[in-house]
Design a protein around this ligand. Structure first.
Ligand SMILES: *Cc1c(COP(=O)(O)O)cnc(C)c1O
Length: 384
């Protein structure tokens, strides 16, 4: 039996051709493929603008800066996320504050956000965990009432949708946020190797993000007519430029995104059929008004005094049978870097901590065959 990873990329001949074509051309970076990909990506999400950068982490960093996060400002986020989410807040000089999750959806609990707001709170950074959209209408309403900015960490949620009235809205359309952030790491829905993007409907944010991606350099069209060499660095930016061959790959991948999403949904359906009725686990949910993009398939062990002991046994059992189980995630504030800093540590978010002891991610990715899914179900059933 070959090893089944928890996630992986899917690259076909068209992807390879698209990259090679750019490699043979004149522009391998700072060329036309970047704008083309950004335009297509923004259109897919239903936003006006997209800015592509070197990673999802870089995208989070720039989004925090463009939102005006400064030293001393607090940003409220979920503890059940990849470390990049709160780290980006710290890069920008701010302080992440963790609000507990809702156990069923594994997303940040809107009521806990409200209780976590202080005089220093500047922004809310919800994470659409595993691809299930957060309660964006509520979060946005809460943010507006309190004068806060919203950045969505949509790294799990390309193609996810939620309903407002009779309309289904795509995550990334920024109908209920200032910006949304995506990652194109190989385990995500589409890949550029490393890469990420920010979507927004705000032209000023868009211009600022583009400048911050390139050292904080602005080019004034009027001045450039007189002095073509002229540019101004007005703020401290970075080199977070993605290459043209990565964007060619991104464009080619984006053409397949509907297929990718459909297959992930099918796999989730096979798991659900095969695993429902087992009393000792909770399966991931969707909601009437929220469709998951199924980035992860996380089951939770129920019952038991020490679920984490049983979870560890299950993890090893699955790995022993070549099933690449994972745990997403340990509450970020338990990471040593955070534990060493004042204010972070034990029993901040009891629901997240309880969740962490029970969660295990099963493999889910476009190229996973029905046979592999059924195999994973059968092995899991033997353990349970
Ligand atoms: C992947 C991911 C990131 C970071 O993306 P990179 O492209 O790896 O830098 C941030 N947040 C979440 C929730 C992620 O899953």
């Amino acid at each position: 039996m070959k090893h089944i990873p928890y996630g992986r990329q899917y690259i076909d001949q068209q992807d390879i051709k698209a990259v090679v074509k750019v490699l043979k051309g004149d522009w391998i970076t700072q060329g036309p493929e970047i704008g083309k990909f950004e335009e297509a990506f923004a259109r897919y999400c239903g936003a006006k603008y997209a800015v592509a950068v070197t990673s999802g982490t870089a995208a989070l960093h720039l989004a925090c800066l463009a939102a005006g996060l400064k030293s001393g400002d607090e940003a409220i986020t979920s503890p059940i996320t990849f470390v990049a989410t709160p780290n980006a807040v710290i890069y920008a000089g701010g302080r992440p504050v963790f609000a507990d999750i809702d156990y069923d959806s594994v997303n940040i609990d809107t009521e806990r956000i409200e209780k976590t707001i202080t005089q220093k709170t500047k922004l809310i950074l919800p994470v659409h965990f595993a691809g299930l959209p957060c309660a964006m209408e509520k979060i946005y309403g809460l943010a507006k009432r309190n004068g806060l900015f919203v950045i969505e960490d949509a790294c799990h949620a390309l193609g996810a949708e939620y309903r407002v009235g009779n309309n289904w809205i795509k995550v990334g359309s920024c109908c209920h946020s200032g910006m949304a952030v995506f990652s194109f790491h190989p385990v995500k829905h589409i890949t550029t190797g490393e890469g990420g993007a920010i979507t927004t409907n705000d032209k000023r944010l868009y211009e600022r993000l583009k400048a911050l991606r390139n050292h904080g350099i602005y080019r004034d069209k009027g001045a450039a007519r007189e002095k073509p060499w002229y540019y101004e660095m007005r703020e401290l930016g970075f080199n977070y430029r993605i290459t043209d061959f990565q964007c060619a790959l991104g464009m080619s991948q984006l053409r397949k995104v509907a297929r990718f999403l459909k297959r992930r949904r099918e796999i989730a359906g096979i798991y659900k059929k095969g695993l429902s009725g087992i009393d000792s686990i909770d399966l991931p949910i969707e909601k009437k008004d929220a469709k998951s993009a199924w980035h992860l398939y996380v089951i939770k062990l129920k019952n038991g005094i020490k679920p984490e002991v049983r979870r560890k046994r299950l993890f090893n059992y699955l790995r022993h049978h070549d099933i690449g189980a994972q745990v997403h995630y340990r509450p970020v504030y338990f990471q040593p870097y955070y534990m060493e800093r004042p204010g972070f540590g034990h029993e901040q978010c009891p629901v997240a901590e309880d969740y962490y002891g029970r969660a295990i991610s099963l493999p889910i990715y476009y190229g996973m065959s029905d046979r592999d899914v059924v195999y994973a179900i059968n092995i899991l059933k033997k353990f349970l």
